[in-house]
Design a protein around this ligand. Structure first.
Ligand SMILES: Cc1cc2nc3c(=O)[nH]c(=O)nc-3n(C[C@H](O)[C@H](O)[C@H](O)COP(=O)(O)OP(=O)(O)OC[C@H]3O[C@@H](n4cnc5c(N)ncnc54)[C@H](O)[C@@H]3O)c2cc1C
Length: 481
């Protein structure tokens, strides 16, 4: 059954408090967490909206029931494309990240990794995973994906660390389940998620068997502590703006000897498939980025074009060049995602995988360009986003007429529109969440270097050498892909 956003909120509010913000343990109805909850609520509120209903819902391949797309396992190229499309369209409405894709990407990755693990090892992870998935879909759950371990000394593998807890690991195997210890950092929205799905962060070797673990736990399970850094866009009191409802939480999740029953353990010791689970979450997530990053650019493009119009310079060549640069980045990243879906392939598990090269070049291009896009917006906007009078002064009857007189641009544009537009840009360029989004633009889903490693491993440079050999007369064979 699909939940309403109110049911999602009420379910969160019933959870045991294990979230820490600014030195205090808070309940999930704390105002600190409301921004992220507002964002995720959109994924519930818009399921029947005409513009979204075809892309925000899907048919479960397990039950045939209508479910939220963020709980769906991609069954076709069309599914992959719809996921990318809905991500872009939702992210535009929430000023950046829709925050519900991580859990979706994790279940998609695990649907394949568990399948192949069972084939080789005779384990029953896939069946257990499908039981979990059924519950995930029936209860319309929201999950964080905790992949990024704290990692300690970056030059060392998990088993080489001087402190063995630098990567999440199994410390005890029992007849009814396992006990895990360690920590994951930079985990988006874990403080407002029903569930935390854990996958390994890197390739594992046979010496890393204890670290080769994937599982899911309710986010308030005993021993789980979530230390949350929250940020919000600045909300102008008295000047209602949808931007003002947006917030985010980035979390350090500590697994302090957490018991996980076997039904919720999806890989345990099979290091090759732990590696596959890590790899596939990253693949699905990079494909998601080809939806969300174009949305971030759409937002910057929108504000950049609007302020240029208000300034009366929209049609000048210097402005055109910058807007075209933004459009080119957004659409190239999106096109890479479309290509990744179109060249996706069906696995024996039934799940469709996005094409790896296209997903990775798309994500890399987005990551390398985020700060350039901010620079373009800053250029287009002028200096006022950093120097805009506070909204209290704008609303003060004594100062408002003066601010309006001196903020005015083109005569047919009301000064309030100029103020709102600059306020919106200030939120992107000068707020704490704007800063978080910029770092996420580079590192979320894997830093550009990680995409480079993947591209190096999967791209066929040998075929390119064949082209050179043919053209240089070294070989007469027509080069083929
Ligand atoms: C806002 C935000 C949200 C995020 N959300 C999530 C999430 O929901 N779930 C999740 O699992 N993760 C999430 N991440 C984590 C993200 O995937 C990581 O930040 C990213 O993978 C980089 O890892 P790191 O931060 O540990 O950086 P590091 O690994 O510390 O990298 C720092 C630098 O060191 C270099 N480096 C590291 N190791 C080596 C090496 N062995 N050799 C050479 N150079 C090296 C890197 O190239 C990089 O330049 C998020 C990150 C951000 C910023």
């Amino acid at each position: 059954m699909m939940r309403t956003s109110e049911e999602y909120r009420q379910d969160l509010y019933k959870m045991k408090p294990n979230v820490y913000v600014r030195g205090k343990k808070v309940r999930r109805d704390s105002d600190e967490l409301s921004g992220g909850i507002n964002v995720i609520s959109k994924t519930f509120d818009l399921v029947d909206n005409e513009y979204f209903k075809d892309i925000l819902t899907a048919k479960s391949h397990l039950t045939g029931k209508k479910i939220n797309r963020f709980t769906h396992i991609n069954q076709s190229v069309e599914d992959l494309m719809k996921k990318q499309e809905v991500t872009r369209k939702l992210c535009r409405l929430v000023g950046g990240c829709i925050q519900r894709c991580m859990g979706c990407d994790a279940i998609n990755g695990l649907s394949v990794a568990t399948y192949f693990c069972d084939l080789e090892h005779g384990t029953d992870y896939h069946k257990k995973f499908l039981d979990y998935l059924k519950e995930f879909q029936e209860r319309d759950l929201v999950a964080a994906c905790a992949q990024t371990d704290v990692k300690g000394d970056r030059s060392k593998r998990p088993h080489e660390q001087s402190d063995p807890d630098m990567y999440v690991r199994v410390v005890e195997k029992r007849s009814d389940g396992v006990v895990v210890r360690g920590a994951k950092n930079c985990i988006t929205m874990a403080a407002v998620a029903d569930e935390i799905i854990v996958v390994p962060t890197r390739a594992m070797t046979e010496k890393d068997v204890n670290y080769s673990v994937a599982f899911a736990v309710p986010a308030d399970t005993d021993g789980v502590k979530i230390i949350s850094r929250t940020s919000k866009l600045r909300a102008p009191e008295g000047l209602k703006m949808p931007q003002g409802e947006i917030g985010d939480d980035e979390n350090l999740i500590i697994f302090d000897d957490v018991f996980v029953p076997w039904e919720r353990v999806f890989i345990c010791g099979e290091y090759k498939y732990a590696t596959l689970a890590a790899h596939l979450f990253a693949l699905f997530h990079r494909h998601s980025y080809t939806g969300c990053k174009p949305a971030s650019t759409d937002i910057m493009m929108g504000f950049g074009a609007l302020i240029a119009e208000y300034n009366g310079v929209y049609d000048r060549p210097n402005i055109r060049e910058k807007l075209v640069e933004l459009a080119a980045t957004a659409e190239l990243v999106y096109a890479a995602g479309v290509a990744s879906a179109v060249f996706g392939r069906k696995t024996p598990a039934g799940t469709y995988l996005p094409n790896e090269v296209y997903a990775n070049v798309g994500r890399r291009h987005a990551g390398l360009n985020y700060y350039k896009e901010l620079e373009i917006l800053a250029e287009l906007a002028g200096g006022l986003p950093a120097a805009l009078p506070f909204v209290e002064d704008y609303l003060n009857p004594e100062t408002r007429p003066l601010i309006e007189k001196y903020i005015k641009r083109k005569s047919d544009v009301p000064p309030e529109h100029v103020y709102r537009c600059l306020f919106g840009i200030s939120n992107i360029l000068c707020s704490s969440l704007g800063g978080v989004q910029a770092v996420a633009g580079v590192h979320g889903g894997g830093s550009p270097v990680m995409e480079e490693i993947l591209i190096w491993r999967t791209y066929n440079f040998e075929k390119k050498k064949d082209i050179a050999k043919y053209l240089a007369g070294i070989s007469e064979e027509i080069p083929k892909d």
